[in-house]
Design a protein around this ligand. Sequence first.
Ligand code: HEM
Length: 435
Amino acid sequence: MTTEETSSEVTTTGPTAGSPAGSPAPSRRSLIGWGGAGLALGAVAAGGTVAALRTGEDAVPIADSGAAVAFHGAHQAGIATAVQDRLHFAAFDVTTTDRAELVQLLKDWTAAAALMTAGRPVGEGAYGGLAEAPPDDTGEALGLKPSRLTLTIGFGASLFAKGRFGLDAKRPDALVDIEKFPGDNLDASRSGGDLCVQACADDPQVAVHAIRNLARIGMGKTAIRWSQLGFGKTSSTTPDAQTPRNMMGFKDGTRNIAGTDAPDLAKHVWVGEKDGAKDGSAWMTGGSYLMARRIRMHIETWDRTSLQEQEDVFGRDKGEGAPVGKAKERDEPFLKAMKPTAHVRLAHPDSNHGVKILRRGYSFTDGTDGLGRLDAGLFFLAYQRDVRKGFIPLQRSLARNDALNEYIQHVGSALFAVPPGVRDKGDWWGRALFS
Ligand code: HEM
C-alpha cells in the first residue's frame, strides 16, 4: 500500500434508526433526486455520517478493502499517484451562464468525487430510495472495489473568457492558447473544453461510472464535449515496477518523473507560490497544467516497418527497451549514438535545456475508421508546472524533427489548469479560484 492509499475518510454507521435492517429509511431527498443533493452531501463534507446516503448490500464499506486513494491533500490525486490501468477522460462545456450555479456544481461534484473515490455510491445510492424518483447513483459500480479511483479536475481557457463568470483577471498566463504545430490535424470536436475530469482506476467500470455520475449531476449546467477511454497505461510513475508497453510494442515510461521524486515534482510539476503572484493566478499554487493530446497511430504502416527502423525511430531496442549501444532499460542513454531524429534523443532533457514533464498517457482503440484501419493510438497526458517551459518547447522540436511523425498524427488537443488539492471536507474543487 502506498502512502496515498488509505481507507475511506468518510464514516459510516449502521442503518438509520427505526428502518428495517440494511435499508435506511427513505428521506425527503429521495423525492427530489440529485437536484437537492448539495445539502445532504454538504452534511457529509462537514463531517456527518453517510449511513443515510447508502442503500443496498454494501453494509461493509467497500473502501475497507484498502484500495482507495486519499481524495484530500495538498495536490489533487491522479498526478503523482502510481498510474492506474484504465482511464475515462471527459471534457465538459459549461452550459449555465450563472456563476452561482457553476459554483454549486463544483461543490456537488467535489462531494460526489469524495464518495466515489472512497468506493461509495453518490447521493442516496442506486436503490432503496423512493420508487417514484430516479436513483442518485447509476449503480454499475455497486459491489466493485474502489480500484484506486482518482478524479482530477481541470479548467480550460474558455472558462476564463471575458463576460462569462468574471474569471478573466484570474486566467493564468500559463494557460495559453496552444499553437498549431507542424503536422497537427486537430478535430475541434475532440479538442478544448471549459472543464475536464480525468478518472483513473484499475477497473474500467469504476472509471466510467465516475464520469457518468458526474455528467449526470451536471445535467442542465454542463454537457460532455468529448471523452476518451484509455487502457494499457503508457507511462509509469513507479520506476521499480515493470514498464508498460504502448501500441507500437515499445516500453513507454522508462524515463519519467517518479511520483515519489519530491524534488523533481516541486521543480517540474507543481505550480510554485511565486509562479502566479504577478498574473492573478496565485490560486494555482500546488496545482499543475495538464496537456492532453489525442495522437493517432498509423498502426498498419508501423506493422509493415522493419524492426531496425522501429528501433531507430525511438533510439531504444524493442525487447529490453535499452538505449542504443546499452544493455539494460535503465542504463543512461548515450544520445549521440542515436539517430538525430530518434524520439528519445529529441525528447531527452539534455536536448531541451533540462525540460522534464510527467507523462501519464493511455493507449486507446476506438474501433476502425471506415477504411479498415484501426482508430488507435496514444492518449497523451502530461503534467507540468508551466506548459510554456514543458510541453510546448518539447513539441516544437518533436513536431519538426521526430522520425516518429511518419507513423503518428495529433488529432485532438486540450490544455487545462489543474487546481491544487481539496484540503479537507469543507473545501471544494476550485474554491480558491471562485473566492
Ligand atoms: C504516439 C506518440 C508517442 C509515442 C508512441 C511515444 C513513445 C515513447 C517511448 C517508447 C519512449 C521511450 C521510453 C521512455 O523513456 O519512456 C518515449 C520517451 C519520451 N517521450 Fe514519447 N512518445 C510519444 C509522444 C510524445 C510526445 C508528444 C512527447 C512530448 C511532447 C513525448 C515526450 C517524451 C519524453 C520526455 C520521453 C523521455 C525521454 C528521456 O528522458 O529519455 N513523447 N516516448
